[in-house]
Design a protein around this ligand. Structure first.
Ligand SMILES: Nc1ncnc2c1ncn2[C@@H]1O[C@H](COP(=O)(O)OP(=O)(O)O)[C@@H](O)[C@H]1O
Ligand SMILES: [Mg+2]
Length: 232
C-alpha cells in the first residue's frame, strides 16, 4: 500500500473561555490506498477532512493510531523531521495555492527539485504545459487567475513524481465549475503519473461521475460509500 492509516485519532482543545474540554475530530479513522488508486473523502464542512489530510501528509501528528507511507511509520516522527521524506513521497495540493509570490510559475514548479538539489526546469515546464499554462511560465502568481494558480499548484505537487498526492478541494477564490476543473485535471495527471490520490471534496456529483472510490467521513471515522458511485 502507498498509504495506510489505522485507527487514527485527533482531538483539539475546544475554543472559547467556557468550552468544556476537548473536541474529538477523528476517532479511529482507517484507510488503505494502493498505487494508482484514487480515493475521494466526502464530508460536510467541519467534519475533519482537512485535519485528516494534514495527518496523512505528516504535517500534523495523530494522538493515537498509525500512518504509514509504504513501510515508513509516519506517526513515529515529528512533522518537522519529515520535510525531506515528505517532499519526495507526498505531493500536496492545498485549498490555498501557497505559491511563492516572488517566483514565476516556472520557478515555483521547479522549486521542489531545487530544494532536493536536483534542479529540473524541464520537468517543471513540461508539467505546466500539461496543465495548460505554457503561455504563463514567466508570470508571477499575482499576474494570473485563481484557476491558473491552482493549476500551477497541481503541477508543483507532481514535480518530484511522488507516489502519493493529497488534495484539499480548492475553494476560496474558485467557483464550483473551476474547482471541478482543477480536480479533474489533478485526477488526469495523477493517473498519467501512476500516483495514488486522496482528495477531499464536498462535490459528490463530480467525484461520483469520475468513478473514483468514495469514503465518507462521519463522526470521526471513514466509511466506504463506493456502492453509490458504482451505481451511476
Ligand atoms: N488546529 C486546530 N485547533 C483547534 N481546532 C481545530 C484545529 N484544526 C481543526 N480544528 C477543528 O476541527 C474540526 C474539523 O476541522 P477541519 O478538519 O478543518 O474540517 P473540514 O476540513 O472537514 O471542514 C473543526 O471543528 C475545527 O474547528
Ligand atoms: Mg477543510
Amino acid at each position: 500500500m502507498v498509504l495506510t492509516c489505522e485507527g487514527v485519532m485527533r482531538r483539539f482543545r475546544a475554543p472559547g473561555p467556557d468550552a468544556g474540554g476537548d473536541v474529538e475530530v477523528l476517532s479511529g479513522a482507517s484507510l488503505s490506498v494502493a498505487a494508482g488508486e484514487v480515493v475521494a473523502v466526502l464530508g460536510p464542512s467541519g467534519s475533519g477532512k482537512s485535519t485528516l489530510l494534514h495527518l496523512l501528509g505528516g504535517l500534523d501528528r495523530p494522538d493515537a493510531g498509525q500512518i504509514w507511507w509504504g513501510g515508513f511509520p509516519v506517526h513515529e516522527h515529528a512533522p518537522s523531521d519529515l520535510a525531506e521524506r515528505r517532499a519526495r513521497y507526498v505531493g500536496l495540493v492545498f485549498q490555498h495555492h501557497y505559491l511563492l509570490s516572488d517566483l514565476t510559475l516556472l520557478e515555483n514548479v521547479a522549486l521542489p527539485s531545487r530544494i532536493i538539489g536536483r534542479p529540473d526546469e524541464e520537468r517543471a515546464g513540461e508539467l505546466l504545459t500539461r496543465v495548460g499554462l505554457e503561455h504563463r511560465l514567466g508570470f508571477r502568481p499575482s499576474r494570473v487567475s485563481g484557476g491558473e494558480r491552482q493549476r500551477a499548484a497541481v503541477a508543483r505537487a507532481l514535480a518530484l513524481r511522488p507516489p502519493l498526492v493529497l488534495a484539499d478541494e480548492p475553494t476560496g477564490s474558485l467557483d464550483r465549475h473551476r474547482a471541478a476543473e482543477v480536480l479533474l485535471l489533478l485526477l488526469e495527471l495523477a493517473a498519467q503519473e501512476g500516483a495514488a490520490v486522496v482528495m477531499v471534496t464536498h462535490d459528490e456529483p463530480l467525484v461520483s461521475q469520475a468513478g473514483v472510490r468514495l469514503l465518507r467521513l462521519e463522526e470521526g471515522r471513514l466509511r466506504e460509500a463506493s456502492e453509490r458511485a458504482a451505481a451511476t
